[in-house]
Design a protein around this ligand. Structure first.
Ligand SMILES: *Cc1c(COP(=O)(O)O)cnc(C)c1O
Length: 379
């Protein structure tokens, strides 16, 4: 069986985890946490990075930092992971879901402004598959209406928009280091604070509503409860593991991009025949090798493709089910049809892509796909 995902080990994880254990200081915001934050800040030119236990947590910090309250409206794509929405739902916000683009599962930037009302507080973009949204357009709408922009950059490490690192363009950004992402530590994430006015409060919310970080730096003589907050810091064990991965980021990225390009070439006959639609990377974006997906002509074809590949020992998978139509949200949705989000829910298929996947395995998958599709078309 060719699995959909196999987490990659650089070989340094155990050494660093043991070093953290030997230090007998595993609580958060220690040496490995600082190292992870610094390498991310330096590499991408971010002003401030705070390591979190997940991207979900980083997004929840965004909801707190932007003071989202009941009655506030937040605009985001429907074709995304539940955490994008939960972070703001938990603050009592009303979510206005946007449809996806026709050429890409990312949000339709042209559909955002029509949803802005006097209650709108923020736009949350999701860089699906690590492919940037058109940030100039989004930032212009936000500036015109005085809105914050949060970038759910969970899948977007090492990716950029017109040369600018994703996660570093909006007010705030969030990365994920979940086991399924390019760089991982099982469960992990990071908040990227781009607005300097929010940096001090971000640190306080991160430290359970206390000014403990300022205390450790010697800026205050006692630490106190000064604001709301929660437990968002990962253990040094997680940070140590993550640092081993971050150090190898360039090599990991190069490998994933090479695999992605092999798929793109190998499936070209299917794309040219129109039996599959290729992933689209707009000129302003780049491909970070997070995901190789394709779009089938209809839902039944997608399901049969996944089943046919499974019968050949290949684990391909579908992805998000549109949030506007979910059991939790359907009754709260304002009733607008979001046909592209539904189309990607029904028709998108993701193929195995991980560091240790062999080129020969990609070739085997690329040979199996047209065979299965032909079988589907014949009956
Ligand atoms: C993976 C992912 C998340 C959640 O990340 P966690 O680190 O598992 O909390 C959120 N949004 C998107 C778009 C994701 O892909």
């Amino acid at each position: 069986m060719i699995n959909f995902n196999v987490p990659y080990l650089t070989g340094k994880e155990q050494e660093y985890v043991l070093a953290a254990v030997a230090r007998k200081k595993l609580s958060g915001n220690g040496e490995f946490t600082a190292k992870c934050q610094r390498i991310m800040e330096q590499r991408a030119g971010f002003k401030r990075v705070l390591l979190t236990t997940s991207c979900t947590d980083a997004l929840e910090m965004c909801g707190l930092l932007l003071d989202i309250r009941p009655g506030d409206e937040v605009i985001m794509p429907s074709f995304t992971f539940v955490s994008t929405a939960n972070a703001f739902i938990m603050r009592g916000a009303t979510i206005r879901f946007v449809d996806s683009r026709t050429d890409h599962p990312g949000m339709d930037e042209e559909a955002i402004e029509g949803l802005v009302t006097p209650h709108t507080k923020a736009i949350v973009v999701v860089h699906y598959a690590g492919v940037a949204c058109d940030m100039d357009k989004v930032m212009a709408i936000a500036a015109k209406h005085g809105l914050h922009v949060v970038e759910d950059a969970a899948q977007a490490i090492a990716a950029s928009y017109k040369g600018r690192a994703l996660g570093g363009i909006g007010t705030l950004g969030a990365y994920s280091f979940h086991e399924t992402k390019n760089i991982q530590c099982g469960e992990g994430g990071a908040l990227i604070v781009n607005d300097p006015a929010l940096a001090a409060r971000a640190e306080i919310i991160w430290e359970k509503g206390t000014n403990r970080s300022a205390f450790w730096r010697g800026e205050v003589d006692k630490y106190n409860w000064v604001d709301v907050g929660s437990s968002f810091l990962p253990s040094e064990i997680n940070a140590a593991y993550l640092f081993a991965q971050l150090e190898e980021q360039d090599a990991i990225q190069a490998r994933r991009i090479a695999l992605w390009e092999r798929y793109h070439l190998g499936l070209k006959p299917c794309f040219e025949a129109g039996s599959l639609i290729a992933p689209h990377v707009p000129d302003f974006a780049m491909n970070n090798g997070h995901m190789f997906y394709a779009v089938c002509p209809d839902g039944p074809a997608r399901d049969r493709l996944i089943a046919g590949l499974k019968a050949r020992g290949i684990h391909a998978v579908f992805h998000y089910q549109s949030l506007h139509a979910s059991p939790y949200f359907a009754t709260k949705h304002d009733g607008r049809n979001l046909p592209q989000a539904d189309r990607y829910s029904e028709c998108l298929v993701r193929f195995p892509l991980y560091h240790d996947l062999e080129f020969t395995e990609v070739d085997r998958i690329c040979a199996a796909v047209p065979e299965v599709i032909e079988g589907i078309l014949q009956n």
